[in-house]
Design a protein around this ligand. Structure first.
Ligand SMILES: Nc1ncnc2c1ncn2[C@@H]1O[C@H](COP(=O)(O)OP(=O)(O)OP(=O)(O)O)[C@@H](O)[C@H]1O
Length: 575
């Protein structure tokens, strides 16, 4: 909890002020039974009207102080806890943004969402309660007990006797609560993951008529959340009755022995009333305990989950403090590169070597799962090679400063990803402060300008979530335009023209030919590969062939086979 609550440090002064007000409210509250005892013993029993009025005024003043301190304390508690949760959420989000892919893969996206939303809210609530009642309740219990001892130790001893038992019971319940509520948050993660997956796959679910099946799966997961939540709350709800039972027993003892004390020793009735009053306040404070313990248990589980994020180590992202300048027309060299995904033993790339000179194009081909995307991910350092070295412009990628390295790379991923916003917003995402002319220029090169111009709002057309209102080919071309806006020295296209028709693709390649950029292009089409300076053919993570189209036609049986099958397909298309 230490790491999480360190975010409350900037609010030290308002916290101290809120705690001071809480103590003031508490002190005043503890003094009230004493004054009531005085009214009874020195006023009512003595028949002294003036005393009754004097003490009455004191009682009123104390109540007023308690009221004002309570209101101001609530104001500060709300302000501090909201500001704290805002800072904490920002820090967790920032940390997630800084994650390397290896670290990111350790946490499912749904779990990260739960941590950013529900977990942060629960921790915020505990801070609010901390400033309002969390300390106040135990202090009220201890304070009432001390005051009762001061008033009449012989009677108050019955309140003291029950105290250690209740304390041990509460400690046990906290431990139990933390465990159960951490299950609840895990179930919530699972539910979020399911909702996320379902909403993303809504078209597929409809197409496969799996609505009912998915609804049943959802019910199962929601049910397990309900069962665990009920279990956790059921345990927590036993706290209050047990506490009240213990307190009522001791109160009964106070009244029983108090009555005999008054008869035998002439003890004051006011004292007995004061002790009963303190016992009632203790009972009230104890009843807050069940509430506090539940909140504490939940927020402890949540703060541990948040800490997992804040303390997660980002091994890869340790920035090589090296070169700061942008890569200029970068050459790309892979030298005996092997790679396994973190936490796995299987090598997905084995001893890969090739070189691309500045402004050259490399086409990467290979069957599905042969390691094409994995190879590309090593260039912007999404992952680091396990063996060998990847060099950009002659310098190992690990020695580059990460921002400098990534700034000069334009990536078009296999799956086009667009954000909610206008087309202009999406294009300028590739480069800060890009002007409209730059956006249109990139869109022209990517063969999407004319299409955009035909939209009623042209570049101000809003793209729905994930680009739902655009076709696959339009999304691909917008993704390419976004990468081109960046004017990258290295352009990476991971099978990003698969949805384009032959004519559009040819026009796109003509434009890309004119770009001053080193290109790595994953493709399944010989037609596209032929346009590259060299072709790298991968087979199960190994280089099966490397050279120009003509060299490969001669040297590689696999390449000849692919070329032949595609020729036949193309002939078939026209028959
Ligand atoms: N994040 C990951 N963790 C572990 N293994 C992975 C991960 N991503 C991919 N792999 C494995 O790495 C191998 C190569 O995958 P990769 O995506 O590089 O292939 P690919 O040639 O790009 O395939 P495709 O043409 O289907 O996109 C596959 O066996 C795949 O299962």
């Amino acid at each position: 909890m230490k790491t999480v609550f360190a975010y409350a440090k900037p609010y030290k002064i308002p916290i101290i002020f809120a705690l001071f007000l809480m103590l003031l409210e508490l002190t005043v509250e503890l003094m009230q039974p004493l004054v009531i005892a005085k009214i009874i013993d020195d006023g009512i029993l003595e028949g002294d009207q003036d005393r009754i009025v004097q003490y009455g005024i004191v009682l009123m003043a104390l109540s007023f102080i308690a009221l004002v301190s309570g209101i101001v304390n609530s104001y500060y508690a709300a302000h501090v806890s909201q500001s704290f949760s805002f800072d904490l959420r920002k820090a967790v989000y920032g940390k997630i943004q800084s994650f390397s892919l290896a670290t990111f893969n350790k946490f499912p996206a749904s779990g990260l969402i739960t941590r950013l939303t529900s977990d942060v809210t629960l921790v915020q609530q505990i801070l609010f309660m901390g400033l309002r009642i969390m300390l106040r309740a135990p202090l009220l219990v201890v304070g009432s007990m001390i005051m009762a001892l001061v008033v009449n130790a012989k009677l108050a001893i019955y309140l003291v006797l029950v105290f250690p038992f209740l304390l041990a019971f509460l400690y046990f319940m906290v431990l139990k609560g933390v465990r159960y509520f951490s299950f609840v948050q895990q179930r919530l993660d699972r539910l979020n993951r399911m909702i996320q997956e379902n909403l993303q796959a809504v078209r597929l679910i409809k197409a496969y008529l799996r609505g009912k099946y998915e609804a049943n799966r959802f019910s199962e997961v929601a049910d397990s959340l309900k069962i665990d939540t009920v279990k956790a709350f059921r345990i927590m709800e036993t706290i209050l009755p047990i506490l009240l039972f213990g307190m009522n027993l001791s109160l009964l003892a106070v009244l029983w022995f108090g009555a005999s004390h008054i008869q035998a020793n002439g003890a004051q009735i006011g004292e007995l009333v004061a002790i009963v009053n303190y016992a009632m306040r203790m009972t009230g404070a104890f009843s807050m305990f069940s509430f506090i313990i539940m909140a504490f248990a939940r927020s402890k589980a949540s703060s541990e989950r948040i800490e997992e994020i804040l303390l997660a180590e980002n091994v890869l992202e340790k920035d090589g403090q090296g070169k700061q300048a942008a890569v200029e027309n970068g050459s790309v060299v892979f030298e005996n590169v092997s790679f396994s995904y973190p936490g796995t033993s299987a090598q997905v790339l084995k001893d890969i070597s090739f070189e691309i000179k500045p402004n050259e194009k490399l086409a990467i081909m290979g069957a599905t799962g042969s390691g094409k995307s994995s190879l590309l991910q090593l260039i912007p350092r999404f992952y680091d090679a396990t063996e060998g070295s990847v060099r950009i412009h002659g310098i190992d990628v690990q020695e580059w400063s990460l921002p400098a390295l990534r700034k000069s790379i334009g990536i078009v991923p296999q799956q086009s990803i667009l954000f909610t916003g206008t087309i202009s917003d999406n294009l300028s995402w590739g480069k800060d402060k890009a002007v409209q002319d730059e956006l249109e220029d990139a869109a022209m090169k990517a063969q999407i300008h004319d299409t955009v111009e035909h939209f009623p709002k042209a570049y101000d057309t809003r793209v729905g979530q994930k680009g739902v209102n655009l076709s696959g080919g339009q999304k691909q071309r917008l993704s390419i335009a976004r990468a081109l806006v960046r004017e990258p020295s290295i352009l990476i296209l991971d099978d990003s023209t698969s949805a384009l028709d032959v004519k559009t693709e040819a026009a796109l390649w003509e434009e890309l030919d004119r770009e001053r950029a080193t290109m790595l292009v994953v493709t399944q089409k010989i037609r596209t590969a032929m346009k590259a300076d060299r072709i790298l053919l991968l087979e199960e993570g190994e280089v099966s062939a490397y050279g120009t189209h003509n060299e490969l036609l001669e040297a590689s049986a696999l390449y000849r086979q692919i070329a032949l099958s595609q020729q036949e397909e193309e002939v078939d298309e026209y028959v």
